[in-house]
Structure formats: C-alpha cells, structure tokens
Design a protein around this ligand. Structure first.
Ligand SMILES: Nc1ncnc2c1ncn2[C@@H]1O[C@H](COP(=O)(O)OP(=O)(O)O)[C@@H](O)[C@H]1O
Ligand SMILES: [Mg+2]
Length: 343
C-alpha cells in the first residue's frame, strides 16, 4: 500500500524554485498495477522517486505499508527500501559487471551469503528468461534483455512494491509488450504491487487496473482504467485516451455527416461489456418506426471487457427518434449518449 498525502516537492535550481509536486493525494492499494500518466515535466519522476526517497518530499506524507517514510531513521529507511524495487527507462546497469553480478548487487549489499546469492540470482534469471546470459555483459544484450536484468535486480530482495519509471519508453512496441507481460506475471505470481509512470497510454491500457493523470504536479483525474478510458473527464485525459482508442471520426465520415443533404440525426454511442455485441439496433428498428444507419464503429477491449464506439444515424419521424433515444437511455449498455448532431 502506498499513500500520498498532500505531497509537495520544490526544487531549488540556480536560485529559482521549481514546484514539481503541488499537493498530491494518491492511494495505491496492495496488488494494484497502478499507472500514472502525464506529459513530460508533469512531475511523474518526482512523484515516483518520493516513494523510495530518491527524492525527499518538501512537505506532506508518504506512507508505505503503514510506515510514514519521512519519520523513519536512516537505518529504518534503508530497511524499508529493501521492500521497494525500481526499474528505469535506461536500465541503469553497470556495464563493467556481468548480468549475474548486476543482479547480485542488492544481495551483496544486504550481506546475503555467497551460496544464497548464487541460488537466488539464477532463480531470478530463470524467471526473467535470461539464465543463458548470466556471464554476458550489458553491452552484449538487447534493450529488452537489459530491462529484464533490471527487473531481476529489482526483485532480488523480494520487494512487495515495484516502481517503474518509464520502464518501456526506450523499447520498441513488440519488446514493450513482452516486458509489460513480464510485469503482469510478477504482479500475479509474486503479488507485488506495481506503480508505473509513463507518458504512453498504451502501457496503461495493456496492464494497469487503475490510472491517475498528473499535470502541473497535481493529480487531475483518477479512476479504474475502464472508467478513465470510457469516460475521461479532463481534456488531458481525453487526449491521452484518444491517442490509443482510435475513436476519432474518420475524415470521410465527417465529410459525409457535414455535407450530405438529408443526413441529420447522428449520435455517438458507447457500449460496454457483454452488451457490446447485443443487437440493439435491430431491436430499435423493430420497436420503433425508424431506420438505423451505422456510419462508423469499432470495438476494442479494456481490462478484458469489450468496449464499443459507434456513430449512427437515425432516420425517421422526430417523435419516433425521441422515443428511441429514451429507450436507449434506459439501457445499461450505453454509457454516453452523444452529441454529434449534423444539423
Ligand atoms: N533535480 C531537479 N532540479 C530542478 N528541477 C527539477 C529537478 N528534477 C525535476 N525538476 C523539474 O521538476 C518538474 C517535474 O519534473 P519531473 O518530475 O522529472 O517530470 P516528468 O517525469 O513528468 O517529466 C520539471 O519542471 C523539471 O524540470
Ligand atoms: Mg520523468
């Protein structure tokens, strides 16, 4: 469990103050894969680095597994940090050391016996799929392999929390997917809480269960991945969502809606879950005297739940269309009635 209470961070930089975090409140529950997304400079790294005190908050509280970090002694902080692993965008491996030795670093620091180190490191390398590479050097590895070493090293002291600062931002999409699947496996098999910060909404969609949007050092929106993706509340969240959801009207459809004589009542309709496949439109056509014309549609999956987005035109008498809209509004299938009126 990670709790942020009114956390502020001010940097002093050549005589100027930079307010990187401006009162962050956040609750990350045990077992979450929690994503924090924001543009560059929003305060993401500052936020995540406050969890293991790589940065000390200027004020506020950071409570990790019940312990108020800022009230601990140096020795207690060192102890608490063993419970928090971290991986980085550029892996932060030591190039002069082998893969084995890189993973062994935290164990040597913790004065674990030589024999135990060997067992543990080989176990970790096996888990991340790198047991063949124990004696290689980082320079001999691909980006994805380097991040696997970073992950093995972060897990060495059996932490209950894993922090990921843009951990896939230096990787190509296919490698990103493989690393994200590995993080998911870590969360499921080791019950490790994962905090991910990223500027890529696809990362959030792929593995997170909750997401917060950070802007100007403040959390401006938070919810389940499903909530934020299906009904983003802020402009920033909307732009992140539309970067991956492909829910923009194609130009051709837009032109059709705007210019073609006779096209009038156009709506955007969102479907959720089982209902995404339900034949709502054929029901409408049966129940009401109208014609439903689907102009555009796609169905994606969020957190394993089908999620559909359709642009439809209703043709018929005003009165019938209004009755049909009332009927649609009563269906749980629909989470948002929309707005795109052509006229
Ligand atoms: N060590 C530092 N000294 C001065 N300013 C910093 C320092 N680290 C970050 N900042 C500033 O704090 C703000 C937030 O930075 P950061 O937390 O790195 O954001 P993000 O990770 O979202 O890009 C930025 O304006 C950045 O320039
Ligand atoms: Mg950053």
């Amino acid at each position: 469990m990670i709790l942020f209470q009114d956390v502020r961070k001010v940097y002093e930089s050549s005589g100027e103050q930079v307010h990187a975090l401006n009162g962050v409140d956040l609750h990350i529950k045990k077992g979450d894969i929690f994503g924090v997304i924001g543009f560059s400079g929003a305060g993401k790294s500052s936020l995540i680095r406050c969890v293991n005190l790589l940065e000390r908050p200027t004020s506020g509280k950071v409570i990790v597994d019940g312990k108020d970090l800022l009230s601990l002694s140096t020795k207690q902080v060192r102890e608490a940090k063993k419970d928090i692993g971290m991986i980085f965008q550029h892996f932060n491996l030591l190039n002069s050391k082998t893969v084995f030795d890189n993973v062994a670093i935290p164990l040597r620091l913790a004065k674990v016996s030589k024999q135990e180190i060997t067992t543990r490191v080989m176990e970790l390398l096996e888990f991340v799929g790198l047991n063949e590479k124990a004696n290689n050097y980082p320079d001999q590895l691909s980006g994805g392999q380097k991040q696997r070493v970073g992950i093995a090293r972060a897990l060495a002291t059996k932490p209950s929390i894993l922090l990921c600062d843009e951990a896939t931002s230096a990787l190509d999409p296919q490698t990103t997917r493989a690393i994200l699947q590995l993080l998911k496996k870590i969360n499921e098999e080791y019950k490790i809480t994962i905090l991910i910060i990223t500027h890529e909404m696809s990362v959030i969609r792929e593995i997170c269960n909750r997401v917060a949007v950070i802007e100007g050092g403040k959390i401006i929106e938070e919810g389940t991945v499903f909530q934020v993706f299906s009904s983003p509340k802020t402009e920033t969240a909307r732009s992140f969502v539309s970067s991956v959801m492909n829910d923009q009207l194609p130009e051709a459809v837009k032109r059709l809606v705007e210019n073609v004589e006779g096209i009038q009542r156009v709506y955007r309709i969102h479907f959720v879950g089982e209902s995404a496949g339900e034949p709502l439109f054929s029901k409408l056509a049966k129940k009401f005297d109208l014609h439903v014309n689907v102009l555009f549609g796609n169905i994606t999956e969020l957190q394993g739940i089908p999620y559909g987005n359709l642009i439809v035109e209703f043709q018929g008498e005003e009165k019938e269309i209004n009755r049909a809209l009332m009927y649609i509004n009563q269906q749980e299938v629909l989470i948002k009635e929309v707005t795109t009126h052509a006229s």
